[in-house]
Design a protein around this ligand. Structure first.
Ligand SMILES: [Zn+2]
Length: 360
């Protein structure tokens, strides 16, 4: 067959292409914060760095990172303090534009600020999480609270993740439990993705789906081992969060880790702002969406209990009526992302489900 003919066949039969951005260095373990200079050297990112940190997280780890790099790099710092998040991001961008690369040292808000600023200024980003509270530590999306609820923005996926288990284990256990709940919610996110694939023909990545499910399974199986302030627990959860982020990178969207339970969580954030952490709300939502899928909702609930994550709206200070309203409002959040909550759940059913499934 001639080369022309082969090319013709190629263009006719196969026209898929995909760009996956994955972290290059992932360093997890005891005291690995000390290895940040080696990571920066390995990646050869330039000679000036912006270190984004928060108030508390700067004391916990930010100043250590600054000291480690001060000898070899021009180090600038940026405090992602509370206040208007979009304004903070804009200021972080100004600072990032002056630096060769960006390191985010902190919890969810700091990491999100650093990765959005990196994306918008086209700088490489190194993620140094001080807590394992959600799977944003290794993903290419960031969620930013605004007056109209949370918006999901494009962000720079980290070129490296340096997760020090000693630092992460010293964070409040509630954060780790919330990170676990975010991972356990992968189970229902996947079921929603499969549902949308069957009903709507949405493309499905089996690799991403399998990795996401396997990650949830490993945590589910080891729920007994998740204990407060244990480095072994920090190790397990951080690896799971990174691998969940990788599943999203493979899929090219947050689909493998975000379904109806996330829409419920975002709806709750709108209706009862500031109540409960992101992962906590997703875990609570996953109990109901798993029930609607006909799956093992009690298994989800029991594993959340084991790791110390809340299993009812009341546990995060949300009343049943607000939970019902969030279940019904979930379909208005990202309507293009089809999930089991978009299939015509009635108010009466939502009320029954909340009463039946959210009992201690
Ligand atoms: Zn999440």
């Amino acid at each position: 067959m001639s080369a022309d003919r082969i090319n013709l066949l190629r263009t006719k039969v196969f026209d898929k292409s995909k760009w996956m951005q994955l972290p290059r260095d992932v360093v997890i373990g005891h005291d690995v914060i000390e290895q940040i200079p080696a990571v920066c050297e390995d990646l050869a990112l330039g000679d000036s760095v912006l270190i984004v940190s928060g108030g508390q997280t700067r004391d916990i780890a930010g100043t250590r990172v600054e000291a480690l790099l001060a000898g070899s790099y021009d180090v600038a710092t940026f405090a992602a303090n509370d206040g208007n998040p979009l304004e903070t991001i804009r200021k972080a961008e100004e600072a990032a534009a002056e630096a060769g690369f960006v390191i985010g040292v902190g919890g969810g808000r700091v990491i999100d600020t650093a990765k959005i600023a990196s994306y918008n200024t086209d700088r490489h980003f190194i993620s140094v999480p001080t807590a394992a509270s959600h799977d944003g530590i290794a993903s290419s999306r960031a969620s930013v609270p605004t007056a109209d609820g949370n918006v999901s923005l494009a962000a720079e996926p980290p070129i490296a993740v340096v997760a020090d288990t000693a630092v992460i284990a010293s964070a409040p256990h509630r954060l780790l439990a919330s990170g676990c709940a975010d991972i356990i919610a992968n189970y229902t996110a996947i079921l929603d993705w499969e549902l949308s694939h069957r009903l709507r023909g949405e493309p499905l990545s089996e690799y991403a789906l399998t990795l996401s499910r396997m990650t949830a399974e490993i945590l589910f199986k080891n729920a007994d081992l998740i204990k407060p302030h244990s480095e072994e627990s920090a190790w397990l959860v951080t690896k799971a969060l990174v691998s969940s982020g990788v599943a999203m990178s493979i899929a090219g969207s947050s689909r493998p880790g975000s379904g109806g339970e996330h829409k419920f969580s975002h709806a709750l954030e709108k209706l009862a702002p500031g109540r409960g952490l992101h992962g906590e709300k997703c875990g609570i939502g996953a109990i109901i969406t798993m029930y609607l899928h006909g799956g093992d909702w009690e298994g989800i609930r029991d594993s959340l209990k084991k790791i110390g994550a809340p299993t009812t709206p009341a546990a995060i200070g949300v009343d049943d009526e607000t939970a019902v309203a969030a279940l019904l409002a979930a379909r208005t959040i990202r309507p293009e992302r089809f999930t089991i909550l978009d299939m015509g759940l009635t108010e009466e059913s939502a009320r029954d489900l909340v009463k039946m499934l959210y009992r201690e």
